[in-house]
Ligand binder design. Structure first.
Ligand code: HEC
Length: 159
């Protein structure tokens, strides 16, 4: 009885290994292929879950959300973000577009649905396994808030 169990386990492992080999054989490293629906769905879900969990907790004081803060953020944006996300934040450049995962338009619903705390976390820490760098070693918290305010202004401008 035990012998048969072991044999079945061995066969199952063999099948799994064969499946993994075939999958690897067909896997392409090209960044040009469009991500599949399943891949996008699973990775996006995981990203939202992990980032929203990471962004909980106390936040450094934000400067007021006004035209001044947005203008300071926009200035830093031009030097540090525009080469991927595009000069206006809405149209990723060729370099941004052909990264894998693709650079997002910052006025899109996908980006604007993040809370301020989550945007702050993203700009400060970046996103692993994507082209999105973390700016926490370059900017202090106040400057990161100005960048967040610029990103937010693309969806909801300050009044
Ligand atoms: C080298 C290219 C590059 C630069 C420079 C860059 N980004 Fe990104 N950014 C990306 C990519 C790629 C993504 C998409 C990551 C993903 O798949 O979630 C992204 C995502 C984002 C997101 C949305 C996160 C999400 O997944 O919804 C925000 C907000 C953002 N970037 C803001 C900025 C700001 C602000 C700067 C400048 C301070 C900046 N980025 C600089 C490549 C870049």
């Amino acid at each position: 009885m035990l012998r048969r169990g072991l044999l079945l386990l061995f066969l199952a492992l063999l099948l799994l290994a064969a499946g993994a080999t075939v999958a690897l054989y067909h896997f392409s490293m090209s960044a040009l292929n469009e991500p599949g629906r399943m891949e996008t769905y699973l990775v996006t879900k995981a990203k939202f879950w992990i980032i929203s969990r990471s962004a909980r907790g106390p936040l450094p004081q934000a400067p007021p959300y006004d035209a001044r803060s947005v203008a300071i953020g926009q200035m830093a944006y031009g030097g540090e973000c525009a080469n991927c996300h595009g000069v206006d934040g809405r149209t990723p450049t060729d370099i941004g577009r052909w990264m894998y995962p693709r650079t997002l338009a910052l006025d899109s619903a996908e980006v604007q649905q993040w809370s301020d705390a989550e945007l702050f976390w993203i700009v400060k820490n970046g996103i692993r396994l994507s082209g999105m760098p973390g700016f926490g070693k370059i900017h202090n918290d106040e400057q990161i808030w100005h960048l967040v305010h610029y990103v937010r202004s693309l969806g909801t401008p300050p009044r």
